[in-house]
Design a protein around this ligand. Structure first.
Ligand SMILES: NC(=O)c1ccc[n+]([C@@H]2O[C@H](COP(=O)([O-])OP(=O)(O)OC[C@H]3O[C@@H](n4cnc5c(N)ncnc54)[C@H](O)[C@@H]3O)[C@@H](O)[C@H]2O)c1
Length: 384
């Protein structure tokens, strides 16, 4: 095989954007040979690209080697399982699934490890986070003691929520900001700092929008090694900010748009504290600035990496099996808020599923009706 024949299921905002990137030649050695959407709004037919309305038919068609799942979250699991069982390579949009039990079911279907199973965590290509990860992994900044991440630049209007009927409902989406916008940040969190042992979450439901799910979250993560973290997010604050602070033995590292600032201790803070004759002093610091341009290859880079993994065995940037971690962070934060108690990880996946299904089934919430104008994939791409 010298080219991957891919089928895209879900030709909404994200599926169309991926299709366009491939059709524009931004990803090498791949062609879209099939698309599938159960609505009537498929793109104009083009030569060499079969159209389906039933994903099972596309999976069984023999027209594709790989599938890219770009449908709403709950369907990632059944479609992914069917595709893996059929022997396809699978690329799934974030989040891996809505809840941990569904992630476990999906991962359990990944038995043929000769196939590639990846997830669209495009922010792993961002040089801000790649650089931070290498500073942490290499031990350059020393042992991490505290992390504060305020990511409130996910501002969304009522109009955005009104656009997708499935969005911001327990039944259609399975959550709000934690499950739609923050899978990226929560994935980066566990990718760089590992999984915490305890979570306490405070969630506000419909604080800024007429929705039934969370649009404002403050969570505390506790680690076994004593490291503490806060994670704050919202889709209602403007202008919002994206500021990640890491307190480590060798200083304070701040990641913001445009670069990394590091107030570097000349001596590890614990070592200095134990220095005889330190008196009331603090370690001296010097300022290190790491300028960073751009946000990396994002969706195109993850797609290219997927193709390279299928054709050449390249290591994956974002293996799908790691997607369960960001889902568990989101679910545990939510469970903590529902039950008003600290959740210990690994969390009880069955309990969370039961409570979530209960909320989905008993919901009588009706979204605010506002007139929805036409929105293009371009409009949405501004919010990726
Ligand atoms: N990685 C990113 O940056 C990013 C950005 C936006 C959305 N997403 C993800 O992409 C996915 C889709 O989001 P979206 O905004 O494109 O949603 P959307 O509502 O615009 O599109 C979803 C499409 O899937 C179709 N669909 C639903 N169920 C189907 C099924 N069983 N078979 C065939 N078609 C089906 C719908 O008809 C619709 O056209 C979600 O997982 C979302 O979180 C990722």
């Amino acid at each position: 095989m010298d080219k991957v024949r891919i089928g895209i299921v879900g030709l909404g905002n994200m599926g169309r954007a991926h299709r366009q990137n491939i059709r524009d030649g931004k990803v090498k050695r791949i062609e879209v040979t099939a698309i599938c959407d159960r609505s009537d709004f498929l793109p104009e037919p083009v030569d060499g690209e079969k159209q389906f309305s039933d994903v099972s038919e596309m999976i069984a068609s023999g027209e594709i080697d790989a599938i890219h799942i770009c449908t709403p979250h709950y369907s990632h699991t059944p479609i992914g399982i069917e595709a893996l069982h059929a022997g396809l390579h699978v690329l799934v949009e974030k989040p891996l699934s809505v809840h941990k039990a569904d992630c476990q079911r999906l991962i359990a279907a990944y038995t043929d490890r000769s196939k590639v199973f990846a997830a669209m965590f495009n922010q792993r290509t961002d040089p801000h986070y790649r650089t931070l990860k290498s500073l942490v992994d290499s031990g350059e900044i020393g042992k991490v003691r505290r992390i504060n991440w305020t990511v409130t630049d996910w501002f969304r209007t009522e109009y955005y929520y009104a656009l997708g009927g499935w969005r911001a409902t327990w039944k259609g989406e399975g959550g709000g900001v934690l499950l739609n916008q923050c899978p990226h940040n929560l994935d980066l969190f566990q990718w760089i700092f590992g999984m915490p042992r305890r979570i306490h979450g405070f969630c506000n439901f419909g604080r800024y929008h007429q929705i039934e799910v969370e649009d404002d979250v403050t969570a505390y993560f506790g680690y076994d090694d004593g490291k503490n973290a806060t994670f704050i997010t919202s889709t209602g604050e403007a202008p919002g900010q994206n500021r990640l602070e890491v307190v480590a033995e060798r200083g304070l590292v701040t990641v913001e748009e445009g670069g990394i600032r590091w107030k570097r201790n000349t001596k590890e803070m614990s070592e200095f504290s134990n220095t005889v004759n330190a008196g009331f002093a603090k370690p001296d610091t010097w300022d290190v600035t790491i300028p960073i341009e751009g946000r990396g290859g994002q969706h195109v880079e993850i797609l290219q990496n997927f193709v390279d993994a299928v054709l050449d065995g390249a290591p994956l940037i974002s293996p799908a099996i790691e997607g369960i971690n960001s889902v568990e962070l989101a679910n545990a934060t939510m469970l903590s808020a529902w039950e008003d108690k600290t959740i210990h990880l690994p969390m009880d996946a069955g309990l969370y599923e039961e409570l979530l299904m209960g909320k989905a089934e008993s919901s009588t919430f009706e979204k605010k009706k506002i007139e929805v104008m036409h929105a293009s994939a371009d409009d949405f791409s501004k919010s990726f």
